[in-house]
Design a protein. Structure first.
Length: 94
């Protein structure tokens, strides 16, 4: 049971860092505020750190950052391409 709890904690730490990375990247792209960039850089350092490497053995930090960047770009492009987000209404006024 102890190993399961430790594994859950490891996953929760990385998941929180990933969510924070996506949130801060979105905020920085929107506002260009340096406070978001500083926080984003801290998370990037985390993913590149030995501490992260000791937490997660399956995905190295650089690969994780690439995956997060792809997720960010995919989410951003879906928002831009969606006609509903461009002010169009559904067919038939629905």
């Amino acid at each position: 049971m102890h190993d399961e709890g430790v594994n859950n904690l490891r996953c929760a730490i990385v998941e929180r860092a990933a969510k924070d990375y996506l949130f801060l990247k979105k905020r920085y792209c929107k506002t260009k505020d340096d406070k978001y960039l500083r926080q984003l850089n801290r998370i990037i350092r985390f993913f590149r750190s030995e501490w992260y490497a000791n937490l997660i053995f399956s995905v190295d930090g650089e690969t994780m950052l690439e995956l997060l960047d792809k997720k960010f770009e995919d989410e951003d492009s879906r928002k831009i391409q969606s006609p509903l987000r461009q002010g169009y209404t559904k067919i038939g006024g629905m």
